[in-house]
Design a binder for this molecule. Sequence first.
Ligand SMILES: [Zn+2]
Length: 378
Amino acid sequence: MTDLFADIVGQEMAVSMLTRALEQGASHAYLFFGPSGVGKSEAAIAFAAGLACANGGCGVCSTCRRVLEGLHPDVEVVAPEGNFIRKEEITDINLHAAYRPYEARAKVYVFLEADSFNAEAANAFLKTLEEPPGHVHFILVTDRSERLLPTIASRCLPVTFSSVPVSAVAADLAGRFGTPPEEAALIARLSGGDLAYARELATTESARRQRDRLLDLGRDLPAAGLMDTQVALDEIMATVESRSRERAEDLENELAKALEWAGDARTKSWLKKRHEEKTKRQRRRLHTKGLQTVTRVFAGWYRDLALVSAGAEEGVLNQDRLDDLRVGASQGSLLGYTQAVMAVGKAQERLRYNVDARCAISDMFRSIKEALAQWPRS
Ligand SMILES: [Zn+2]
């Protein structure tokens, strides 16, 4: 037996609850909720493997491995296409859920961004959720449980995930990737408990380059002219695009690997189709994540400037940029930087609701510049 949840860090409560469920019998519906980047989706897939595996989640059999690789026919991952999970998709699931599993012990449906059911889809889903066939399990995953319909939420067993403690993030980076202690501590602090972001920063050169570049932009923004801002905007959109393309290439490699061991032509064509859907969904998610990263870096930067302006350097996230922060703090005011943080928050809110990204970030730049000009250092 290997531990299915070995990669889930700092979620002892959730993991022990799920392990117990695998040992003693699982409920039909679960709601995994908590902040983004703390391992909810990974835990959902691992739990699905445990539910499907004939040995209760050994982590090594063909069923477990294929579920973990996203290639098992009895475990389906559902995510919104565009903004919503649509009724057609749920109708399809209702129909197929009724049939026995192809080969596994159970059928499992994992819903990512489960808060994005539209009303019709939610109604269609409720029927199955109220009286699910005995062999079916549903795992709903969301960062925004407050947006989930109460009729759906109340029929699921809640599993709480929380921010990973900064010290646990640092330990994970050091243990998993051999990140030097000082760097691990800096990244853990920057991540604010978002393990996925921390791991990305620790392992991906382009992610670190992007952070540096964004911080430079934040630093230079007060003096930047209209043209500079436009160039910066183009650059940001291009990096988000190229970073999500990079990740999509990883997915292509995964498919190539999966196809190698797929025996017959039918399995191969099924794998290809499944993979195409996955890539399409992933692209959208990667794009959204990329934009979140951009605004997160800006929010951290202006938050740090506000702190240094207030004489509270010890609370700074971007400890490696203290020199730039001190210069910035000597030129701007606490009020200006606080307003800048609020402008970033507004952009984040707009991006959540799928406002045109370029427009949201361009407005954010303008608001920041206005705030800094209005409240200079007195
Ligand atoms: Zn197994």
